[in-house]
Ligand binder design. Structure first.
Ligand SMILES: Cc1cc2nc3c(=O)[nH]c(=O)nc-3n(C[C@H](O)[C@H](O)[C@H](O)COP(=O)(O)OP(=O)(O)OC[C@H]3O[C@@H](n4cnc5c(N)ncnc54)[C@H](O)[C@@H]3O)c2cc1C
Length: 411
């Protein structure tokens, strides 16, 4: 039996442990060798395990009495002269944006500061720069991973290309434990911060669905709706005058006053964290979601809005732009042609989440973002991976024949 005393084992009550209450052990890894050793320990003891980056998965995937392979000790971030960033799988978004900013660089990534770069990238990665630069996984140029047989592989377009394909959109806990990710960064743009509030959601919901997914790539505005309140928020890397013109066009289309607050250009790193209060964390609420290839019919939109009350919220996220310009089979992320993502969120015990999801689902594309996992789906593999599922299932057999990475809703 391997001796775990040499490892950084988090004990119950220590920071980091609470995030996985079902775990028997939470082991913080500081190197690839640590990861290999923990997998050897798991095999020797017959324990199940789950990798953890930022720990924000909506579903607790840790088996009862399982081992959490926590990668937070591997969070180094470096940027080379060609702009390629090498990021440890335990890094979180706030640290990633800050480190890249030091080099005048960034990547299109998500909004939550504490979200892990690993989980985000391996499931896709949608963010305010995404319509301009694509998914986070579209900027991935290589990764290092420990496979089920404990071999360590480097993958890229030239090395283990099938694995590299699978990690870009379907890699969260499915094929191996990724220890390091390499990204082709982009120059950090200046961005305007956009925010607007209205008391009458209906015309905003209608106009947003027609306009936001087709807006120029450089502007992304999302819409969050609660009872009697619509909030528009986003960022634009377009010239300020053009941003003002576009927002005027949008509010005219909606037939509402142009109440949008547009803050002047600052480096993108300083825009993104200002939305934390508008886009509350996923914990302490339950949400379901689906992609939509067409606007909701007036009747369905009215049904959804009618039953909003209390903490119930509809969140519309714009797709289109650069997301759409990658072929669906080019990476494992299969939802390129969708117009928007709609999320229904409320208190964990509110039956409205399922009711509203069913109402909207009648007009949805049946596709679900793998990073918004949903245990209530009838056919999760088809919903998450659509036409890419057969190739992923074949790769699963070849990379993990004994289903060492065997989570609920695995491939
Ligand atoms: C507050 C908040 C804000 C969010 N904002 C956005 C957003 O703006 N855009 C967006 O696209 N998504 C967003 N999300 C969703 C987010 O992308 C997912 O929750 C994502 O899975 C989180 O990754 P993580 O590393 O933090 O979580 P974890 O729970 O650590 O990991 C998520 C999944 O990936 C697996 N995994 C983690 N690390 C590795 C690894 N190194 N190797 C292999 N598998 C691994 C885990 O086992 C798990 O199945 C947000 C979520 C929250 C809670």
């Amino acid at each position: 039996m391997l001796d775990l005393t040499a490892f950084d084992v988090l004990s119950p009550g220590s920071p980091g442990y609470e995030a996985s209450p079902r775990a028997k052990l939470v082991v913080r890894c500081h190197s690839v060798a640590d990861v290999v050793q923990v997998l050897a320990y798991a095999e020797a003891t017959g324990a199940r395990f789950v990798p953890r980056g930022g720990g924000h998965c909506f579903v607790d995937r840790c088996p009862v009495d399982g081992i959490v392979v926590d990668l937070s000790g591997m969070d180094r971030i470096t940027v080379d002269d060609s702009g390629v960033a090498t990021i440890g799988a335990g890094a979180r978004l706030e640290a990633v944006y800050a480190a890249l900013h030091q080099h005048g660089r960034t990547i299109p990534a998500g909004c939550g500061d504490t979200v892990g770069i690993a989980g985000l990238t391996l499931g896709g990665g949608i963010g305010l720069l995404g319509r301009q630069y694509g998914l986070t996984c579209d900027r991935l140029v290589g990764a290092r991973a420990v496979l089920a047989d404990r071999s360590v592989v480097e993958c890229s377009e030239d090395s283990e290309p099938d694995l590299f394909w699978a990690l870009r959109g379907a890699g969260g806990g499915q094929f191996g434990i990724v220890t390091e990710l390499r990204f082709a960064t982009v120059p950090e743009p200046s961005a305007c911060r956009i925010e607007g509030h209205w008391a009458e959601p209906e015309p905003l919901v209608r106009a947003w669905q027609d306009w936001a997914p087709d807006a120029p790539d450089g502007i992304t505005v999302n819409l969050s709706v609660q009872t009697g309140h619509a909030t528009l928020f986003g960022a634009s890397v377009l010239p300020s005058a053009e941003t003002h013109d576009l927002l005027r066009e949008f509010t005219a289309r909606a037939g509402v006053r142009n109440a949008t607050d547009i803050r002047p250009d600052v480096p993108y790193r300083f825009v993104k964290p200002t939305f934390a209060a508008l886009d509350p964390p996923g914990e302490n609420r339950r949400s379901r979601s689906e992609f939509f290839a067409r606007p909701l019919s007036e009747r369905t939109a009215a049904d959804l809005l009618e039953r909003l009350e209390g903490n119930r919220r509809l969140a519309f996220t714009a797709m289109g732009g650069a997301y759409r310009r990658v072929a669906e089979e080019a990476t494992a992320f299969a939802h390129r042609g969708e117009r928007f993502l709609l999320e229904e969120a409320s208190d964990p015990d509110d039956p409205w989440v399922d009711e509203a999801w069913r109402t909207a689902h009648a007009e949805g594309s049946g596709r679900v973002y793998p990073n918004f996992p949903d245990l209530a789906l009838e056919d999760p593999a088809a919903a998450y991976h659509a036409g890419n599922h057969p190739r992923l299932a074949a790769l699963k057999k070849s990379y993990d024949p004994h289903r060492v990475f065997d989570f609920p809703q695995a491939l």
